[in-house]
Design a protein. Structure first.
Length: 303
């Protein structure tokens, strides 16, 4: 038995109108089409639903028994249709994604604020992870995409650069430091510094770039988390060595970034997606807003 929604709509319409003519008018179909749908439904159910006279139709006992189930089925179908429409238009749903700790702290709050203003009913599940855990966690979890810094190509991953940040010396907003346009790595070496640990990707990139020029970074302090470096810098313990994009100005308004030169080193923040996997409509909407917020801003303008 394969009852259709059109048959159920015809049945409930005739049941309440007590007239095939009026039901057909309300359904927007012909009288003969309505009558045929009722006949098909009766044949499939194996029961008579209406006693027909020349002036009206009267529901049978079977129709009285069936009307509540029919209403429920139509209501479920309409609810499903509305839900799918909401999902398709990103008015509902859930987005699970990963962000490196630095991106989650410095970049994503601005993105999420814009997204929440447009899509207030979408549930957001942002999982902030250490930068070096971004790819392994992306492979192992149900996250739809990830935002952070990666190097090279990754099997079965599509990588799209969103914004690049110059490696900078980040320090307190003193008159002397604010007056500088930039610092060289040699000048930085004469200051107390706070760098990421040697095993982190950002530190490997720094050590490789400096090593090619016969230079070596010997920081005063080494830390694992970007926010730790910024908090220590805010206390005057040294200059943090980080991309300018990783400085959240609203969290650390007393800090400013000055580009490091000779050599100048840039670190990209990228979007990672699994190849061959379709993003949910809500995830697509969030990615679109992330692109808009991050790529339309100069690195120095980002928080």
């Amino acid at each position: 038995m394969n009852v259709t929604l059109r048959q159920l709509r015809a049945f409930t319409g005739v049941y309440r109108a007590r007239s095939i003519t009026r039901a057909a008018r309300e359904l927007g179909i012909t009288q003969s089409a309505t009558s045929l749908l009722i006949q098909q439904l009766e044949a499939q159910l194996g029961v008579k639903l209406f006693d027909r006279t020349t002036r009206a139709v009267q529901p049978t006992l079977a129709a009285h028994e069936a009307i509540h189930a029919a209403d429920r089925m139509l209501g479920d179908a309409q609810g499903l249709s509305r839900r799918m429409r909401d999902l398709a238009e990103a008015r509902a749903g859930r987005v699970a994604f990963l962000a490196s700790a630095g991106a989650a702290s410095a970049l994503m709050p601005r993105v999420l604020a814009r997204f929440r203003a447009v899509y207030p009913d979408v549930e957001i599940d942002m999982r902030d992870v250490a930068a070096d855990d971004l790819v392994p966690r992306m492979i192992a979890t149900d996250a739809e995409f990830a935002i952070g810094s990666v190097e090279g190509e990754i099997a079965e991953m599509k990588i799209e650069a969103l914004v690049g940040g110059r490696l900078s010396a980040i320090g307190r907003h003193t008159a002397e430091f604010a007056a500088r346009r930039s610092l060289t790595w040699d000048e930085l070496a004469r200051q107390p510094t706070i760098a990421m640990r040697r095993e982190t990707r950002i530190r490997m990139q720094i050590d490789q770039a400096l090593g090619q020029q016969g230079k070596r970074l010997v920081p005063t302090y080494e830390v694992t988390l970007i926010n730790t470096a910024l908090a220590m810098t805010a206390q005057g313990l040294g200059l943090a060595i980080l991309p300018a994009t990783m400085l959240p100005a609203d969290q650390f308004p007393m800090l400013i970034a000055k580009p490091l030169t000779r050599p100048a080193i840039t670190r990209q923040v990228s979007l990672l997606q699994r190849t061959g996997r379709t993003l949910s409509p809500a995830a697509k909407a969030l990615v679109t807003i992330a692109r808009s917020v991050l790529t339309q801003s100069r690195a120095g303008d980002l928080p």
